[in-house]
Write a protein that binds this ligand. Structure first.
Ligand code: 2NE
Length: 272
């Protein structure tokens, strides 16, 4: 277990498997079915940043403490007229920032789901790149039942995943679906016995880690690019810049500037 910067975590457990390339973030509020509060999300942001910046890490697993819930969404006891508030009593919806952070993180994030993934917790698993579920997993939106909704990724990502008719069903009726049903709908990637959940998730992680990190990075941003509009394009093209900086052609431009001479790009082919 670790904290990123010396400040201990209270609402999450953050672990890195040394030499494995895997980081794991566990929402640690089992007494509330792992409902999140602003503090939980602030800690998740810190852990996700740490995992992003650690070049040894290639896969991040997101999960919930215990077998009863992955996450039950926003802590309703802390909900006020301006969002969710805890220590500083300022309302906020910082789960939206965490959703964006997961999508823009250039490494796969895998949701490992046992028990309930509902409400904002359901959206969290949807914005992850892959979802591995235990056979006791339950999926659903509750917002319209409790006077809430996520009309951002909560609607658009779901519509992409399961189609617009099914997405309407999930949001309008607020039914819960078991793991088998979720699998048939295309909400998740696989279902395994509860006692095999971690083992299976690590197996998937290791398979990913055998592959080219740059190829995975670019595929992730490409898979998100259309839906994310300008922001998606900006992220995808950032990868082009990143790769170009490793070329002799780009070096010629930089060196010429530093050496106060005209750049000579004549030897670089203008490929068809
Ligand atoms: C998750 C679910 C279905 C579990 O049911 P069950 O029967 O297994 O447990 P129980 O008894 O309901 O819950 C256990 C304890 O956890 C608390 C409960 O109040 C209960 O506390 P005690 O009575 O033991 O003191 N708990 C569970 N979920 C909580 C929550 N989200 N906030 C605060 N306390 C919670 C069942 O518990 C359930 O339906 N939970 C509510 C799910 C929900 O509606 N989530 C919010 C959706 S809105 C949202 O997440 C959101 C958004 O729409 C937009 C932006 C940001 C967030």
């Amino acid at each position: 277990a670790c904290c990123d910067d010396g400040h201990p975590f209270t609402d999450i457990i953050y672990e890195k498997a040394i030499g494995e390339g895997i980081a794991k973030i566990t929402i640690n509020r089992p007494e509330r079915r792992n409902a999140f509060r602003p503090q939980t999300l602030n800690e998740m942001t810190r852990a996700l940043n740490d995992a992003r910046n650690d070049i040894e890490i290639g896969v991040i697993i997101l999960t919930g403490k215990g077998n009863k819930a992955f996450c039950s969404g926003g802590d309703q006891s802390l909900r006020g007229s301006q969002g969710y508030s805890d220590h500083d009593s300022t309302g906020r919806l910082n789960v939206l920032d965490v959703q964006v952070q997961i999508r823009r993180l250039p490494k796969p994030v895998i949701a490992m789901v046992a028990g309930y993934a509902v409400g904002g917790g359901h959206v969290l698993h949807m914005v992850c790149d892959l979802t591995i579920a235990a056979d006791n997993a339950v999926f659903g939106q509750t917002g319209p039942k409790v006077g809430s909704f996520d009309a951002g990724y909560g609607c658009s990502t779901m519509s992409r995943l399961i189609g617009t008719k099914r997405a309407r069903e999930m949001w309008f009726l607020c039914r819960f679906y078991n793991a088998k049903e979720a699998m048939q709908m295309g909400l998740i990637n696989t279902v395994v016995q509860l006692d095999k959940l971690e083992q299976e998730t690590v197996k998937w992680s290791r398979e990913i880690l055998k592959n080219s990190p740059t190829a995975i990075r670019i595929c992730k941003s490409a898979l998100n690019a259309v839906d994310d509009g300008h922001a998606g394009l900006q992220e995808l093209s950032g990868n082009a810049t990143l790769l170009f900086y490793g070329s002799e052609e780009a070096d010629e431009g930089k060196n010429a500037y530093l050496q106060r001479r005209r750049p000579d790009f004549s030897k670089f082919p203008r490929l068809p």
